[in-house]
Design a protein around this ligand. Structure first.
Ligand code: WTA
Length: 675
């Protein structure tokens, strides 16, 4: 079973052995929603045996304008029997913004805190209650309507982590507009590509943001993205700009007359009431772009009712959410984790959460724990890369803080190495807090394989068992389902409520990528092992996607960016193990004919700068390795296996190189290491 390269960082032999330890729920089972393995088993069995009954009952807790018909779901997962189509809560009408806000306020919860906002710099904070948030959402929704946004319109959001970001998502959802949040760390080129794909007429942004010590000129990035978009014949009629005075002076921001509007000038004038659009269960809620193996990022589309029920139910059970909890998810709303586990899942449950604008290492590595104590955080959800980064500063930043309120710790985005698991469990959680290692994807919309804190015995590094309604299988190279203990490709056998429905404007690519690889199954792109207890251990991507700090980057995207540099003739990118990021980006670059190797050192800097400009800083290559020639087969296919081995300094395990058109390129490549 080949994963696409680097296994997660594993340095400590003892920690590796730690994988065999088991951690039963212990006191976490007390009062938990699911408080025993037996109860989980029963509920999972019911959810698979009669999904209509199981999900129909759960859905009764939400507010519907029109109830669904029977059966609850209708789907075809098998390309051989017709187009792939997935529908849940067929015939129903609801509104997710109503369910996130109005429903709680009507139940007398309006004064509950929705967000404790913690700014980038110390001593910048504010509190927003559910009632206050509803007012803001309605005002913004009314403003959007006033500039022509309607049910079905696309709206692009490029904003920092301020309360106005989830509010913007909820305002779109309220009036049936489809939001596309672009992480405000992507470059102007990337933003332009996403705007060109979804073609909104309105863009929401902020003047600037400070991330750590670094100011980022968001409005400037939006301006240059719009120039690129206009050059392609698409125009933006309104740019609504939040004046983020903590990060930039209003007077320093360039404005385009007639197009740009200050948020604070326009939105507060609007009425604080805005009736919702009752949306069909299968009407689109949002698009979110994510990297795939080939070509440009894919616009993953989620619809209304199934996503709502999936995001809400997973949040409730996986974090065993109680009204007394203070929840903090460190993800940005620009990623799926921020969609499902900042904006929608928690708010659907009326949760109180911390929204943090900054980075956990600024002004120092104790910031995260400072926030935990300041707000008395009980549920913390973060990524292995953040855990490793904090761990690298030593324990004292953690132990200086009390952390006694912490109850459950979550992780997401990449496999967690046992060493980081152990530190999270023993140092951060003082052995008290179960760790929920949640495996899922942008495409799945919600947690798929995950422990339940009161029910599941944990094994460090395993995402453990499927959530309700999820039926995973492991396939062999030949596509045969394997039983018992095995290792292979992770697929899903049946539709779950929050499954994506299509790719923006390209249903064929949707079918090809996810349903044609192994007909009859949803193909995840991940490799996994199942142990004798039925526990799943995720191994990593099996396609050409690199998981850098829990963010997906397509090798083809980075290669495409590199070749935009005039001196780059060809590039091949592979993952390489990285102690903090999990995987790093290792790029082999062939220069234009006639260039001498190694070229002046400056060229590496230029190539790196090109990638940052074309994609964004998250795609920064860690290594540029000069490649006077790339290892290719006689038919011209690059043998990436060889490149991965050289990148991870395992050239003694190159395997068979006899099919190379020119086997001597390997020696030349090795001689270029470190040049
Ligand atoms: C990886 C993030 C191991 C996996 C929610 C998946 C994980 C990709 C885990 C999706 C985990 C996510 N253990 N691997 N707990 N969670 N992954 O779309 O490779 O940004 O396919 O969604 O991240 O990344 P995405």
């Amino acid at each position: 079973m080949a994963s696409n390269g680097a296994t997660p960082a594993q340095h400590d032999g003892h920690a590796d052995e730690y994988k065999n330890h088991q951690f039963p729920p212990g006191p976490a089972a007390e009062g938990a929603l699911v408080s025993s393995r037996q109860q989980y088993d029963e509920m999972h069995r019911e959810s698979i045996a009669d999904p209509d009954k199981f999900w129909g009952k759960i859905a009764e807790d939400f507010v519907w304008n029109k109830l669904w018909q029977n059966p609850v779901r209708r789907f075809n997962f098998d390309v051989r029997t017709g187009p792939v189509k997935i529908e849940w809560f067929v015939g129903a009408e609801t509104n997710i913004s109503y369910n996130c806000l109005d429903r709680h306020i009507e139940a007398g919860q309006g004064d509950r805190v929705a967000f404790y906002w913690e700014g980038n710099d110390l001593n910048e904070d504010c509190t927003v209650t559910y009632s206050q948030l509803l007012d803001q959402v309605c005002q913004l929704a009314n403003y959007l309507k006033s500039v022509g946004v309607k049910r079905g319109s696309d709206v692009t959001i490029y904003m920092p982590m301020i309360p106005e970001l989830p509010a913007a998502m909820l305002a779109c959802a309220r009036i049936g507009a489809v939001h596309s949040v672009v992480f405000a760390g992507f470059s102007a080129d990337s933003l332009a590509g996403r705007i060109l794909d979804s073609r909104p007429s309105v863009v929401l942004t902020a003047s600037a943001v400070k991330r750590g010590a670094k100011p980022i000129n968001l409005k400037g990035i939006v301006d240059s993205a719009i120039k690129k978009v206009e050059a392609q014949g698409h125009s933006i009629s309104t740019v609504l700009v939040y004046d983020h005075a903590l990060a930039a002076k209003r007077t320093d921001v360039a404005f385009v007359e007639g197009r740009d509007v200050w948020w604070q000038d326009a939105v507060p004038r609007q009425p604080t009431e805005c009736p919702v659009e009752w949306m069909g269960a299968e009407e689109p809620l949002f698009k979110l772009y994510t990297s795939g193996s080939t070509g440009k990022p894919k616009g993953v589309e989620h619809t209304t009712a199934g996503y709502m029920v999936g995001a809400s139910t997973t949040f409730k059970y996986v974090f065993d959410h109680r009204q007394s909890d203070i929840y903090w998810c460190t993800a940005d709303c620009g990623w799926i984790t921020g969609h499902s586990y900042v904006t929608y899942g928690p708010m659907l449950n009326g949760a109180t959460q911390v929204l943090f604008e900054g980075v956990p290492t600024y002004p120092d590595a104790g910031r995260a724990w400072d926030i935990v104590d300041k707000y008395k955080v009980t549920l913390l959800y973060t990524a292995p890369t953040a855990i490793r980064a904090l761990q690298s500063f030593g324990d004292k930043f953690v132990t200086q803080h009390s952390r006694k309120t912490l109850r459950i710790l979550g992780t997401v985005g990449e496999p967690i190495n046992p060493e980081a698991w152990k530190w999270y469990h023993e140092v951060v959680g003082e052995g008290r807090c179960p760790i929920v290692d949640t495996w899922w994807q942008t495409e799945t919309g919600a947690h798929m394989i995950t422990p339940l804190p009161g029910a599941t015995t944990l094994k460090p590094g395993s995402a453990t068992l499927p959530f309700f309604g999820v039926e995973p299988a492991v396939l062999s190279e030949k596509g045969e389902e394997m039983e018992g203990e095995c290792e292979g490709y992770l697929v899903i056998k049946t539709a779950w409520p929050s499954c994506m429905r299509t790719l923006s404007g390209d249903h064929e690519r949707f079918e090809t990528t996810y349903f044609k690889v192994y007909p009859g199954y949803y193909f995840t792109g991940d490799g996994c092992r199942r142990d004798a207890d039925g526990y799943y251990w995720l191994i990593g991507r099996v396609d050409d996607v690199i998981n850098v700090s829990g963010h997906r980057i397509g090798t083809a995207e980075v290669e495409g960016a590199l070749t935009q540099h005039p001196q780059c003739a060809e590039a091949a990118v592979v993952p390489v193990e990285h102690p903090i990021k999990g995987q790093g980006i290792y790029a082999y670059v062939t220069l234009m004919v006639g260039t001498e190797y190694p070229p002046p050192a400056q060229l590496k800097k230029e190539l790196v700068a090109t990638v940052r400009e074309v994609i964004g800083p998250i795609a920064t290559p860690d290594v540029i390795h000069w490649a006077p020639g790339l290892p290719k087969t006689r038919s011209g296919k690059i043998m990436r296996r060889i490149l991965r081995k050289i990148a991870s300094k395992e050239e003694d395990q190159l395997g068979d190189t006899s099919t190379l058109a020119d086997p001597s390129v390997v020696q030349t490549l090795l001689s270029m290491r470190g040049q």
